[in-house]
Design a protein. Structure first.
Length: 170
């Protein structure tokens, strides 16, 4: 009897241990499935990341090419401006003589006009480059600066004509 009880006790113990082991088999299967799904998801994410990286690289290449093309376009007008520089200089000198007349005899006035011409040329070059790059914000800012420079120059030249301004310093 004792042997039978021991056998039953052993069987009962084994039965309790085998049930969790059998219960773990489905959870192992689901864990494997989850691991496989996670692996697939990681592979898909990796593929998407690679595609996005390729797309960004292509976009960066296109942007660089567009910038080079814009810079090439900006150089084109400079060549045209260099060709007709003498004619533009004569026209500018005539226009200044008509506008300022005898004030051009003063050294201060000539220095002011040279300073103004240099500043305007620089601003116009910046504006041409910004237009080639399609940078609207910079174009607007340069337009404001050109207006301010013209107003400043007019005020200085008018006061020089009237004789009320100290020498101009660049």
């Amino acid at each position: 009897m004792r042997k039978i009880l021991r056998c039953l006790l052993v069987l009962a113990t084994l039965a309790t241990y085998t049930v969790p082991a059998q219960a773990q088999i489905p959870s192992l299967k689901s864990a494997k499935k989850k691991a496989e799904e996670a692996k697939k998801a990681a592979e898909e994410a990796k593929k998407k990341a690679e595609e996005e990286a390729k797309k960004k690289a292509e976009d960066a290449k296109k942007a660089a090419e567009e910038q080079k093309a814009a810079e090439a376009k900006a150089v084109g007008p400079i060549d045209a401006l260099r060709k007709d520089r003498p004619d533009r200089r004569k026209q500018s000198a005539d226009r200044l003589r008509r506008r300022w007349g005898s004030a051009l005899a003063q050294e201060k006035a000539v220095a002011e006009l040279k300073l103004h011409a240099r500043r305007v040329a620089l601003l116009q070059r910046i504006r041409a480059t910004a237009e080639a790059r399609k940078d609207k914000q910079t174009v607007e800012l340069v337009d404001e600066l050109l207006t301010k420079e013209d107003e400043r120059d007019s005020a200085v030249m008018n006061s020089l004509r009237e004789g009320a301004l100290p020498p101009v310093t660049p």
